[in-house]
Design a protein around this ligand. Structure first.
Ligand code: SAH
Length: 400
């Protein structure tokens, strides 16, 4: 393909590149990148995500935001900021919940801000959320596109989170961090070496992994001295974005909900590709397959740098159970007349919740202002307000 020829030319001219550089090219190269051109999500695509499996997933996340908004004293406006919205399904389901609970949100000014690099996917999102009625490059705005949702809420699109205006915000990143470029490192007898991508001299236009002959700037910067693993993956871009989220929440208030497959600083080699819902060799036909790596939640926690509190990671099946998925399923089953719909509801519940499917490997993680979790000391201030409700999902949902 064109992407392989482009990479081969580059590798022959200037030598091997880091896995991060390879991943960035393969996924988001403006001309040939996987997300830029194909988008790949959905049943007919290369991979399927929870919001595409069941509307219940997005509805429960919508309820999470409302419950946090209430716990934080119902501020009179908030921005819902989604990173990497895919086909826009998750935001669509969340906005439907906001509409159903309009009486609760009635005096609150809500806007939606989508951070998306793929022109192809932003088009699909615009169609899903606004019916395609969007305006490109609005004046006096950092957004590259704007529109109004089917439920009447203004929506803006940006390429970078830094372009999203400051303000009280609820952030959402579902299967976003796993798509960001990682560096890979291997422990050797001579110390840490970075894994690089090179052209195989024996086979024309075939890529292979090699180890850097000496240390690289990345080995210096990203390996912790106390590291015990033999092989480590680090996603610096995820670190930068979490730092931004944490300082924005510290400054303007709000919360971030991150959901992804991942681990807590224990896994080693998780870099993989997906094409047509099957595992795909990460080095073959770049630009035609989704490339991904598990999210290291221990790294995200570290990168919040104490600016916010963090919760999780907690397994998806526990989070959804706490959010009341069982009750929601019962209601939907009762309301659906035909057997096929009921079958579909049970099947999608099993996909989301079964520990062998998505229930265990997907995790939820949150950034929250410190004061949201602080427990007032009753002895010192007997007149202080009642304690804040526990954070839903990480504890049982208590909506009043
Ligand atoms: N959240 C969606 C889609 C996940 S796929 C879902 O769960 O269904 C990853 C998404 O992140 C895609 O929309 C992709 O285009 C976007 N993306 C990838 N890298 C990005 C980057 N650097 N900045 C912004 N968006 C990015």
């Amino acid at each position: 393909g064109a992407m392989l020829r482009h990479l081969a030319r580059k590798l022959r001219a200037s030598g091997p590149v880091t896995v991060a550089e390879y991943m960035r090219e393969a996924l988001t190269n403006p001309g040939q990148g996987y997300y830029t051109r194909r988008g790949g999500l959905g049943e007919s695509g290369d991979f399927i995500t929870s919001p595409e499996i069941s509307q219940v997933f997005g509805e429960l996340i919508g309820i999470w935001y409302i419950s946090e908004w209430m716990a934080m004293g119902k501020p009179n406006s908030f921005q819902l900021v989604e990173l990497g919205p895919g086909r826009g399904t998750l935001t669509d389901d969340i906005l439907r919940v906001f509409k159903q609970l309009a009486s609760v949100l009635s005096k609150c000014d809500v806007s939606v801000h989508l951070v998306e690099v793929s022109p192809k996917l932003s088009e699909i999102q615009a169609e899903m959320l606004t019916g395609g009625k969007v305006q490109p490059n609005p004046k006096d705005k950092a957004a590259y596109m704007e529109g109004v949702s089917k439920t009447g809420i203004p929506i803006f699109w940006y390429r970078d989170i830094q372009d999203v205006p400051p303000g009280y915000s609820f952030y959402l990143a579902h299967e976003f961090f796993d798509a960001l470029p990682i560096h890979k490192f291997q422990r050797t007898e001579k110390g840490w070496r970075e894994v690089l991508v090179d052209i195989d001299p024996e086979v024309p236009d075939q890529l292979r992994f090699v180890l850097s002959p000496s240390r690289t700037p990345a080995t210096q910067n990203f390996i912790q001295p106390e590291e015990t693993r033999e092989h480590v993956e680090v996603c610096p871009e995820a670190g930068v974005i979490v730092q931004r989220l944490a300082s924005r929440i510290e400054q303007d208030g709000g919360a971030a909900l991150v959901a992804d497959y991942g681990h807590d600083g224990t896994k080693t080699d998780t870099f993989r590709g997906f094409r047509n819902h099957k595992l795909h060799d990460v080095l073959s036909a770049p630009g035609t397959a989704d490339l991904t790596a598990d999210v290291d939640f221990s790294f995200l926690r570290k990168m919040a740098q104490g600016r916010t509190a963090t919760l999780g990671p907690i397994k998806q099946r526990e989070f959804l159970k706490n959010m009341g998925i069982d009750l929601r399923l019962q209601v939907l089953l009762q309301n659906s007349g035909d057997a096929a719909t009921r079958e579909q509801l049970l099947h999608s519940y099993d996909m989301l919740m079964n520990p062998e499917k998505m229930g265990d490997c997907f995790n939820f993680f949150a950034l929250l202002p410190h004061h949201r979790l602080a427990h007032p000391d009753k002895k010192d201030k007997p007149e202080s307000k009642p304690p804040l409700p526990p954070v839903a999902g990480f504890n049982e949902l208590l909506l009043k």
